[in-house]
Design a binder for this molecule. Structure first.
Ligand SMILES: Cc1ncc(COP(=O)(O)O)c(C=O)c1O
Length: 398
């Protein structure tokens, strides 16, 4: 019996999933930097365009290198189909646009990454889609936001930047009872710690820029769902609007997948260690880490995630204290990215979430003293020393 990749352990899927070798038999996945493809004859071109014969046509529609990335991620996620996009935002925007029409209504968790929030609050209404934000941890709020024209629920869990956790199965049940679909941004959990499709989600999106690359090189994104939904909701949209991932970036991301599990588990172990240390420091008034017992949704985390993730956040007293913390770091970089091998600290109010109106920021619990810390692969002792020193500095001059 031939091996079925669906039965492989995750480590094997990450290294070998979707492998399609050229006639040269290369070990490392081939990079096909080609925009278009030649057909042996005119009838073959006709057959490929009509869909009667399989084969590549043009890089905007598909590419052999991109397809390896897509097939590997689909296998990992347990999805029938993955379509790669040029960035996480291209994935989020297309995932929503493909499902919504003028006159439809969308419900989204209030705590969203700033650009996702802009798409929901500013872009979709321009095209006649009504939107409602809810406290994503409040099941009653999801339920009462439902209208007769509600078509999509958008969940980001854990959410950026305060790592709030939504009960995915319960929210999916509410959505489905209302005839709506669930789109879930799984960036913070990663495919290693959370399987949204098993929790009732209909469409999963990723910024592959984060943990999947994980080494600070390229942007990328992905939409995962059933073959039928991709065919009906996404195929034409992606083909004609052009958010395609470049094959070079697909190649980098494919190599990123090979080490994803090792990296993310190590990063999460160090994050859990730092969360203990940060939570116990006198300069910190609140810690946010899904893997910590103090997390308000710890019971849901235990049910739907197999690890706490690589990012934590915490509140210092003021913006000045948060900035003193950042400026005192000697190893951790000040940067707005996350999921990287290099640890990074961010001040969300003035960077990633500055486009969110202040009243909304406060409503979602994001204070001027909040710092987000993405934990990388550096030595845990060095990071502990760097973070402790910076916390001491944040307090000392305060
Ligand atoms: C939760 C979340 N979704 C989507 C994105 C967008 O991804 P990208 O920067 O690859 O467009 C980001 C970060 O940038 C994010 O943190």
């Amino acid at each position: 019996m031939a091996e079925d990749p669906h039965d492989w352990e995750i480590e094997t899927q990450l290294v070998r999933g979707g492998m399609a070798r050229s006639p040269y038999g290369e070990i490392s996945e081939a990079l096909f930097l080609t925009q278009s493809f030649a057909y042996p004859d005119a009838a073959s071109a006709d057959a490929r365009f009509s869909g009667d014969k399989p084969g590549f046509i043009y890089q905007r529609f598909g590419n052999p290198t991109t397809q390896i990335f897509e097939d590997r991620l689909a296998l990992l996620e347990g999805a029938e189909v993955c379509r790669a996009t040029a960035s996480g935002m291209a994935a989020v925007t297309s995932a929503l646009m493909g499902l919504l029409r003028a006159g439809d209504h969308l419900v989204a968790g209030r705590a969203l990454f700033g650009s996702c929030r802009w798409v929901v609050a500013e872009l979709l209404p321009r095209y006649g889609v009504e939107t409602t934000f809810v406290d994503a941890t409040d099941l009653g709020a999801w339920q009462s936001a439902v209208r007769p024209n509600t078509k999509v629920f958008l969940i980001e869990t854990p959410a950026n930047p305060l790592l709030e956790v939504t009960d995915v199965q319960a929210v999916a049940d509410i959505a489905h009872a209302a005839g709506a679909l669930v789109v879930l941004d799984n960036v913070f959990a990663t495919p290693i710690f959370q399987k949204p499709l098993e929790l009732g989600t209909d469409v999963v999106v990723y910024s592959a820029t984060k943990h999947i690359d994980g080494q600070g090189r390229v942007l990328g994104g992905a939409i995962l769902s059933t073959a039928e939904r991709v065919e009906n909701a996404y195929k034409d949209l992606l083909r004609h609007t052009g958010p395609a991932l470049s094959p070079f970036n697909a190649w980098v991301l494919t190599k990123g997948l090979e080490t994803l599990e090792l990296r993310v588990r190590r990063q999460a172990d160090t994050a859990a260690h730092l969360a203990e240390l940060v939570g116990a420091h006198s300069a910190v008034s609140r810690l946010f880490y899904p893997g910590h017992p103090s997390h308000p949704q710890a019971a849901i985390v235990a049910r739907q995630m197999s690890g706490g993730g690589t990012v934590l956040a915490f509140d210092l007293e003021t913006q000045e204290a948060a900035w003193r913390f950042l400026d005192a770091l000697e190893i951790v970089d000040i940067s707005n990215n996350l999921g990287d091998a290099k640890s990074m600290a961010t001040h969300p109010s003035t960077t990633t979430h500055r486009s969110v109106p202040e009243t909304e920021r406060l409503a979602m619990g994001l204070t001027p003293g909040c710092v987000r810390l993405s934990v990388g692969l550096e030595g845990r002792g060095d990071l502990a020393r760097d973070v402790t020193r910076a916390l001491d500095r944040a307090r000392a001059n305060g």
